[in-house]
Design a protein around this ligand. Structure first.
Ligand code: ADP
Ligand code: MG
Length: 492
């Protein structure tokens, strides 16, 4: 990446943008962090609230072992240190959607300590982003302001749901790096089944800390934009905040540490409230909960049984199928893509590198293009992995050429039929009959005496012209290998 892309230009020269992210990821779990109430998304308000979640007097929290397991697995996936002893603290604040008057969180002793992730960028660069910690905490309820002209309602379904907060080091320098980092975290939690990663449903949301500085200087004062809920908004937040802060400083102003909100209508951030400092929360260990102590052997067992992570999958695809780093990264970026690719290859005639390359080209080219155009997810692709394999097998067997295959692909997309059926129906089979091709070659040579002369006097490039003419005449259905051979023979 060039310096210009890396730094931002201001009227006083170049600025470095510094970003640190706090990701809130809702733990995939049937029950809440400290109660047995259900966590189903979209349920009727206040139908999933236990006495603990409503903070009735005398209720005691009981830790949900499954949530602990989910946090530990995620920590392992983030290459992080698992702390065998961690502590739950009360974070005190008053808000209508927080009946306890405090949130149970982890402060000084989180369940997961330092880790890191390597992210791949478009220019082939890989960048390591440090992870400070991951801790477990309760989510709050929700205030609803649009149901009544004077009243606000409270829905406590979300109250007590387990969240993992994943805090990064301020290692991120561009919107692209931030996006790659969030996508990678999402791919990992999805792969592990520890969070569904659905940003549009709010089960993964990001607090975006941004500051700017002149290269080589100390860290600047940051703003924190809360609850950003898409990768696109994340990039826009960073671009906007960096630009705003640079202009502010260059105009003689000063960045204040504050909490902001992203306005997706106008693509800007605006102030929400002045930052509460950590001591305002009066953190102290929750007296209702003893320190959480994990057995090392239990953690080891989880480590051993972890599913294959995106990085491992990528390495395997590169090694076994000879895919390029770029292709492999694209394919493993979403678990559904990787699953599609593996099913696709399983149904291909062979699994050798040549076939794998063909499969990855078709998947990242034609298939992703078509999905994109129709705004579809791979899981609802009109062409199944099995059917795409069927098409590639027809190319491999030289029943059709790659060019005709694109036509067949379009028909498959529209009709949902499989490749062999369509090739039969539309008569698209490749002509390999030598005498039929020979006749066409003779005609083309006879019709283009000038070209033949030029070719024979050394203009080798004209060979392509003859191939093109034959193919055109035969509607693309001639076997290219046979055409080449006959043309070579006849043209001398
Ligand atoms: P808080 O919990 O009050 O938001 P933390 O110290 O936990 O504060 O930091 C939160 C996030 O802010 C981290 O992701 C960290 O990397 C990031 N951060 C800290 N200082 C800066 C800075 N100067 N510029 C950008 N990000 C920063
Ligand atoms: Mg914060």
């Amino acid at each position: 990446m060039s310096q210009e892309n890396f730094y931002m230009e201001g009227s006083t020269g170049l600025w470095e943008v510094v970003v640190g992210l706090e990701i809130h990821a809702q733990v995939t779990s049937e029950a809440k962090l400290f109660s047995g109430a259900a966590t189903t998304f979209g349920a009727e308000p206040n139908t999933q609230v236990s006495l603990v979640d409503a903070a009735m007097p005398g209720m005691l929290p009981v830790i949900n072992k499954h949530c602990v397991e989910q946090a530990v697995k995620t920590g392992i996936g983030l290459n992080a240190k698992i702390n065998l002893r961690s502590v739950f603290d009360r974070k005190n604040y008053f808000y209508a959607d927080l009946p306890q008057g405090y949130q149970i969180s982890q402060f000084l002793d989180p369940i997961v300590g330092e880790g890191h992730l390597d992210v791949e960028l478009a220019d082939g660069r890989s960048k390591r982003i440090g992870i400070t910690r991951l801790h477990l905490e309760q989510d709050a309820g929700k205030s609803i302001h649009d149901q009544h002209p004077e009243k606000s309602y409270i829905d406590l379904n979300r109250s007590g749901v387990a969240l993992m907060e994943i805090v990064s080091e301020p290692d991120i320098r561009t919107a692209e790096e931030a996006a790659a980092y969030v996508k990678k975290v999402r791919a990992i939690v999805r792969c592990l089944g520890t969070c569904d990663g659905n940003m549009d449903q709010g089960s993964m949301r990001v607090d975006v800390n941004v500051s700017v500085r002149k290269p080589g200087e100390e860290l600047g004062t940051r703003s924190e934009t809360k609850n950003v809920n898409s990768v696109k908004f994340l990039s826009q937040t960073i671009e906007f905040e960096a630009r705003r802060q640079i202009e502010l400083i260059e105009d003689g102003g000063e960045v204040v540490q504050e909490t902001r909100l992203f306005d997706s209508q106008r693509n800007i951030t605006r102030p929400m409230r002045a930052k509460e400092f950590a001591h305002d929360y009066r953190y102290f260990p929750d007296p209702d909960l003893p320190p959480l102590v994990l057995e090392e052997s239990w953690v080891d067992e989880l480590r051993k049984n972890l599913p294959e992570l995106p990085d491992e999958k990528k390495a395997r695809f590169m090694k076994d199928f000879d895919l390029s780093a770029y292709d492999a990264t694209v394919i493993v970026s979403e678990m559904e893509n990787a699953d599609y690719f593996e099913t696709l290859l399983q149904h291909c005639k062979s699994q050798d590198p040549k076939m794998a390359k063909l499969a990855s080209n078709w998947m990242t080219g034609e298939l992703f293009g078509a999905l994109n155009k129709d705004g579809l997810e791979i899981t609802s692709s009109p062409i199944s992995a099995e059917n795409l394999a069927g098409l590639l097998n027809q190319i491999q067997d030289e029943v059709i050429s790659g060019k005709i295959a694109k036509q067949v692909f379009g028909l498959m997309w529209e009709t949902g039929k499989d490749a062999p059926t369509l090739i039969e129906e539309k008569g698209l089979k490749q002509v390999t009959d030598t005498s039929a091709i020979e006749r066409v070659v003779d005609d083309i040579i006879a019709a283009n005496p000038d070209m033949v002369e030029q070719y024979q006097s050394g203009k080798d490039k004209l060979f392509g012209f003859f191939v093109g003419q034959v193919m055109k005449e035969m509607q693309g259905k001639a076997n290219p290998g046979v055409v080449n051979k006959i043309l070579k023979g006849k043209l001398g």
